[in-house]
Design a protein around this ligand. Structure first.
Ligand code: FAD
Length: 356
């Protein structure tokens, strides 16, 4: 099939003002950027994009439907985020402009429920055509849950702007972000590890009563690719553990580094097939409530950053701990954004962090 192409006019008075931030965002998804006068080009592993600031047009090109949908989504999201004040109206024309199937959405069915520990439940979800979840470098998904108020939700479809169109509130599912702990495209399943935590919730509450045959929506993959490096410093609480474990099981064998995982108590330790030379340390809260223990951030900050070779810092935990580590890496150690990622996976007292 020949290359797919489409474009959207951008009736924005201040497009050049947003371009630095749009460009930064696209580059963080591993795009190479090049500027030629009023034109900015981005090259992704799965296609190309460009912004023409004279003609006020953005273009997307890709070899296949998944790649084109991904680029349209990345461009439209960046424009919506950074040009929000001008209320941009994006309408794509060209290949697949009439498509209404949302490429990043799958309806999934629960097939297995396994308790890994007292507080961690693995749920296997079967679905069709999961190839895209192995592409684009993102490990995470937005899970779309039915709730008591909306037991039979309608799923989102694709809008003409390249972004999802959601049903009205009375049929809208509730989203939460989770990690694909394991993906098997051939067998058609994903495993997601749910932390069962206290308090009113959607994701944890759903996982507690999940049973074979139940349906759920997933969208993805989401998240930026983790940079390749020869040495990693990692830290995670139970919510970051599925991603950290997946990294330890999939990074190259010669990778070195140190990883810390914070858990409630010793019974929460779980086997990880660590394929790397990264040393894994478990830190136990022993009665301190989740999100209140400073030991994980302290442990990560106590590790000296290597002077030679490529290194990457990866951290995923409660928002306050992530902030401490981010400030240490970016502020005190003056490391770049391409060398570290310290992410808030949840916030004490706040529902649905990062799910919007
Ligand atoms: C990129 C990314 C990947 C993630 N991957 C996973 C994953 O694989 N597995 C996983 O379990 N979580 C994961 N999380 C975290 C998960 O999205 C949040 O914990 C989310 O709040 C859970 O939704 P909920 O409906 O259960 O609780 P919410 O309705 O969001 O929150 C209800 C209440 O519970 C509290 N709460 C939320 N999380 C916790 C917690 N961990 N401990 C104690 N109290 C909590 C909230 O502060 C709030 O008061 C991930 C988050 C991100 C951003």
């Amino acid at each position: 099939m020949s290359e797919l192409a489409c474009e959207a006019r951008l009736n924005l008075r201040h497009l050049p003002d947003y371009m630095d931030r749009i460009s930064d965002r696209l580059q963080s998804f591993e795009a190479d950027a090049e500027q030629d006068g009023q034109r900015l080009d981005f090259r992704f592993a799965f296609g190309r994009a460009s912004f023409d600031m004279d003609r006020l047009v953005m273009r997307a090109n890709a070899a296949d439907r998944d790649g084109l949908a991904r680029i349209k989504d990345l461009l439209a999201t960046a424009v919506e985020v950074y040009a929000r004040d001008e209320n941009p109206e994006i309408v794509w024309t060209g290949d697949l402009a009439d498509e209404t199937r949302l490429a990043q959405f799958r309806e999934m069915v629960v097939t297995h429920v396994t308790d890994l520990t007292r507080h961690m439940r693995r749920i296997r979800l079967a679905g069709e055509d999961l190839t895209r979840f192995a592409k684009f470098g993102g490990m995470h998904i937005r899970m779309l849950f039915p709730t008591k108020q909306v037991p039979d939700p309608l799923w989102p479809v694709l809008g003409s702007n390249g972004l999802p169109v959601w049903p009205s509130d009375d049929r809208r599912p509730v989203a939460r972000v989770y990690t694909i702990r394991k993906l098997d495209v051939d067998k058609g399943f994903v495993d997601v590890d749910f932390l069962i935590h206290p308090g009113d919730s959607v994701g944890s509450a759903w996982a507690m009563q999940a049973a074979s045959g139940m349906k759920i929506g997933i969208m993805g993959p989401v998240g930026r690719p983790v940079r390749q490096a020869s040495w990693y410093l990692m830290g995670a609480d139970e919510t970051g553990l599925p991603a950290l474990a997946r990294l330890l099981e999939t990074l190259p064998a010669e990778t070195k580094g140190v990883a810390f995982v914070e858990i409630a108590d010793d019974a929460e330790r779980q086997p990880i097939d660590n394929a790397t030379g990264i040393e894994l340390h478990w830190l136990v809260r022993d009665g301190v409530p989740a999100g209140e223990d400073g030991r994980l951030a302290d442990a990560v900050r106590s590790v000296a950053w290597p002077q030679t070779g490529s290194a990457f810092g990866w951290f995923a935990a409660e928002a306050a701990a992530a902030k401490i580590v981010r400030e240490h890496w970016r502020g005190s150690l003056a490391l770049g954004r391409d060398e570290t990622l310290a992410a808030a996976y949840w916030r004490r007292g706040a529902a649905g962090l990062m799910a919007g």
